[in-house]
Design a protein around this ligand. Structure first.
Ligand code: BGC
Length: 527
C-alpha cells in the first residue's frame, strides 16, 4: 500500500508512536559547513526508516540569529539558510512520508527573536505604542525606573528583564534575545495560528510546542517568591509566576481547534509541571494530545526514581484521553548514559533503560544518538561552549552543549561522516570510532542493533497491545510489569543477577542464556 494513504488513514497514530528527536544542528550535515541541516536529515531518512521510528520531531530550523540555537525565531514561516530552504523542507517531508515516517516540527510560541520584525518595530515605536503591546514592555521600579519591573529571574540566569535605551524594560524568561510575547494581544494568537496553518498546509503531521506551560503571564506581573535556582527549565512549582498560569489553557484550546481541522495531526507539549493534577489539565480533550513525561528524563538509576516516574506519569494521564509520553534524554538535559554513571556501566544501563522505556504503554521519544549510546561530552574546551547559559551564568554553568555534540556516522576520525568537513560546530571526540552508526550496524550486539530489534517487536508483536500497566512482584531492587497483550518487562537494578522469569524471551539487553538476568539488564518476555 502507498504509505501516504496509510498515514492519512490512521488518525491516532501518535498514541503509541516512537518519535525520533532530530536536533538539527547535530544530526547530519548535507552541505559541508559543519552544521547539520535539512539536506542531511533527508539523506539519512533510509537509516531512520530501517531503525524503525514512526515519526520525527525536528528542532527549530527557522530564520534565526541563533542566540539560543534556533529557539530565537526571527520568522516562524521560513527556513534558516544555514539549514536549507522551503523546497528542501518540502522534499524532506515528501520523502519521509513515502517511507512511512511522519514529520513533526517545533513551534516556539512563547517568545520570538529580538531580530523579528515585530520586536524591531516595537523598539522603534517607543513606550505606549501599539507595537510594544505585542511584547511585555513595562516601566521600571525605583525613583528613576532603573530597577526591573519585578523580581523574576531568567531561566538562563540573571534577571528576566532588559532595559532599552528609552528607559523601558521588556520581559524575557529566557535570553535577552528572546523577548516574551503577550498572548493577550490578538495579533499574537492570530500569528501563531497562521504559523500552524503554514506548516500544516505543507503537510506536517504535528508540532512539539516549546515552553507549552509559558505563554500566559499573571495580571500585573507580580513579584514571585524568590526561590533557589534548581537548574535549567526546572519546575519551580506553585508561586513561580512565570509558568503554568490558568490562562495558558485558553491558548491550548486555540491550538487544538486548528489541529482538529487537520485530521491525523497532533501536538506534544513541553510542560515542566510536576504536579500530576496540574499536568493533567494540559491533556483535557480540547487541549494537547501529549505532554512529555519529564520524571523519566530526570530520574536517577534507582528503583524508587524509575517506579515513581512511571507511577506519576500514568497518574497524570489517567482521567484524560492522553496516553503517557516517555523520554530518557533530550537536547536540554544530560544524556542518560552519563546520568546513569557513564562508561560501560552507563551504557549497560542505557540498554536496559531502552527496553524499559519502549515497553511502557504510550508514546516514546528517542533523542538522536540514544540509539548509539552516546554519552555527554563533558570536557568540551571552554572556548567552544555556545549555550547562552554559559555566558548568562557568568561562566558558572557550562550549559547544554555537552548533550548536543554531532552524531558520528562512519569512519575513524572526526567528523565521522557527520559532515564532509572535519570541523564541526561543536568538536567531536577523537575516540568515537566504535560509536558510529556504521560500526554498530555491523555488530549484532550493539545498542543500535538492540534498538532496531526492539522497535521491530514493538510495532509487530501483539504483546504490546493495551494501554494499561500491571506491576508484578519482583525480586528486591527490580521492577517488573505486564501489559494486557502479555508483554512482561523485568529490569534488574540490584547488585546481583536475578532468576529469569518463565516464558519465551522476546528480547534482552544482556545475555540471559544462563537463566539469569544480569545486573543493570532488562528483559522482555511473552507472559
Ligand atoms: C527548549 C530549549 C530552549 C528554551 C527556550 C526549551 O524548552 O527545549 O532548548 O532553550 O525552550 O526556547
Amino acid at each position: 500500500m502507498n504509505p501516504d494513504t496509510t498515514l492519512r488513514a490512521d488518525a491516532d497514530w501518535w498514541r503509541d508512536a516512537v518519535f525520533y528527536q532530530v536536533y538539527i544542528r547535530s544530526f547530519a550535515d548535507g552541505n559541508g559547513d559543519g552544521v547539520g541541516d535539512l539536506a542531511g536529515i533527508r539523506s539519512r531518512l533510509p537509516y531512520l526508516a530501517d531503525l524503525g521510528v514512526d515519526a520525527l520531531w525536528i528542532t527549530p530550523f527557522y530564520p534565526s540569529p541563533m542566540a539560543d540555537h534556533g529557539y530565537d525565531v526571527a520568522d516562524p514561516r521560513d527556513v534558516e539558510p544555514v539549514f536549507g530552504d522551503l523546497a528542501e523542507f518540502d522534499a524532506l517531508l515528501a520523502e519521509a512520508h513515502a517511507l512511512g515516517i511522519r514529520v513533526t516540527v517545533d513551534l516556539v510560541p512563547n517568545h520570538s527573536s529580538d531580530a523579528r520584525d515585530w520586536f524591531q518595530a516595537a523598539l522603534a515605536a517607543g513606550p505606549g505604542s501599539p507595537e510594544r503591546g505585542r511584547y511585555l514592555f513595562r516601566d521600571g521600579r525605583g525613583a528613576d525606573g532603573s530597577e526591573p519591573p519585578n523580581n523574576w529571574p531568567s531561566v538562563f540566569g540573571g534577571p528576566a528583564w532588559s532595559r532599552v535605551p528609552d528607559g523601558q524594560w521588556y520581559l524575557h524568561i529566557f535570553a535577552p534575545e528572546q523577548p516574551d510575547l503577550d498572548f493577550t494581544h490578538a495579533d499574537v494568537l492570530a500569528d501563531l495560528e497562521e504559523t500552524m496553518r503554514f506548516w500544516l498546509d505543507r503537510g506536517v503531521d504535528g508540532f512539539r510546542i516549546d515552553v507549552a506551560h509559558g505563554m500566559a503571564k499573571p495580571e500585573g506581573l507580580p513579584d514571585m517568591v524568590p526561590m533557589e535556582d534548581t537548574g535549567l527549565l526546572a519546575d519551580h512549582g506553585p508561586g513561580d509566576h512565570r509558568f503554568d498560569q490558568d490562562e495558558v489553557h485558553a491558548v491550548h484550546r486555540r491550538i487544538r481547534r486548528v489541529l482538529d481541522q487537520y485530521p491525523g495531526t497532533m501536538a506534544v507539549g513541553e510542560v515542566w509541571v510536576s504536579d500530576d493534577d496540574r499536568l493533567a489539565r494540559y491533556l483535557r480533550p480540547d487541549e494537547l494530545q501529549l505532554a512529555f513525561n519529564f520524571k523519566l528524563l530526570t530520574a536517577e538509576w534507582s528503583t524508587e526514581d524509575l517506579r515513581d516516574a512511571v507511577v506519576h506519569s500514568l497518574a497524570s494521564v489517567s482521567g484524560t484521553p492522553a496516553p503517557a509520553c516517555w523520554v530518557l534524554s533530550n537536547h536540554d538535559r544530560p544524556r542518560h548514559v552519563t546520568r546513569y554513571g557513564g562508561g560501560e556501566t552507563g551504557l549497560q544501563r542505557a540498554r536496559a533503560a531502552a527496553l524499559f522505556q519502549l515497553a511502557l504503554p504510550g508514546a516514546a521519544y528517542v533523542y538522536n544518538g540514544d540509539e548509539l549510546g552516546m554519552p555527554n561530552v563533558d570536557d568540551l574546551p571552554e572556548e567552544v561552549l555556545q549555550d547562552p547559559v554559559w555566558e548568562r551564568s557568568g561562566h558558572t554553568e557550562r550549559g547544554r552543549d555537552a548533550c548536543r555534540v554531532p552524531m558520528p556516522w562512519s569512519g575513524e576520525e572526526p567528523s565521522y561522516g557527520f559532515s564532509s568537513s572535519p570541523e564541526t560546530w561543536l568538536p567531536m571526540p577523537a575516540d568515537w570510532a566504535a560509536l558510529t552508526v556504521e560500526a554498530q550496524a555491523a555488530d549484532p550486539s550493539s545498542i543500535q542493533s538492540l534498538y532496531r530489534k526492539a522497535l521491530r517487536l514493538r510495532s509487530s508483536s501483539p504483546a504490546f497491545a493495551g494501554e494499561e500497566l500491571q506491576w508484578l512482584p519482583a525480586p528486591e531492587d527490580c521492577l517488573a510489569f505486564r501489559r494486557p497483550g502479555g508483554l512482561v518487562c523485568l529490569l534488574n537494578l540490584s547488585h546481583a543477577p536475578v532468576p529469569l522469569p518463565e516464558g519465551p524471551v522476546l528480547l534482552a539487553s544482556a545475555d540471559v542464556s544462563a537463566g539469569q538476568v544480569p545486573v543493570d539488564a532488562a528483559v522482555w518476555l511473552q507472559g
